[in-house]
Design a protein around this ligand. Sequence first.
Ligand SMILES: *Cc1c(COP(=O)(O)O)cnc(C)c1O
Length: 232
Amino acid sequence: MTPSSPASASPSIAERVAEVRARIDAACRAAGRDPADVVLTAVSKTQEPEAIDTILATGQRVFGENRVQEAQGRWTDRIAGLPGLELRLIGPLQTNKVEDAAALFDVIETLDREKLAWALAEAAEKRGRSPRLLVQVNTGAEPQKAGVLPDAADALIAAARETYGLTVEGLMCIPPADKDAEPHFAMLRGLAERNGLSVLSMGMSGDYETAIRCGATHVRVGTALFGERNRP
Ligand SMILES: *Cc1c(COP(=O)(O)O)cnc(C)c1O
């Protein structure tokens, strides 16, 4: 270990990971929830290999990426040596990238339209296996944001299940950046309950404790673990 650093020095990745894990545990306890029921997804987009190695050394095995090609570059050569690794796609997916995504990711969190459900079903048939799926809901109905609109979510979930034979295990949302996230988390939870879905991916660096209070099963944390991202 390095000698003790002044309190003003920016924390190491290992220290950040410990801090986030401790805060997740505390948020669970405050909400009367079992910490084992909340999964920390480390969002590794744009991070350098050294940062990934450091976080892997802490035992972290669940990672989120928002671009298929970037994730292939970062993970393809590491996968064989990392049993227990779980890769989750948290960014928008184009239909022409579905086969690559299905080959790499364990979970795709961004199913948000019927055409994508169709493409995922085709890829599953071809490959004989399919990633687990979450439906992304645009809870703030923001025009620039991906995700199915809230009032179309039930129909998309039903179509994914019934028309395309896909297994949807939960929902994901990214609330508007400048607003209180809590009503959005509550909306997502209500949608999940009424559709019999158990997985809720919600909460990022700024609001993962609120999300845990609202029932998140997966929190997606980047900056609070790695520090500020380099722009790609
Ligand atoms: C980048 C990203 C995150 C992580 O954001 P931070 O604020 O750095 O924690 C979470 N979810 C999605 C979908 C992202 O693209």
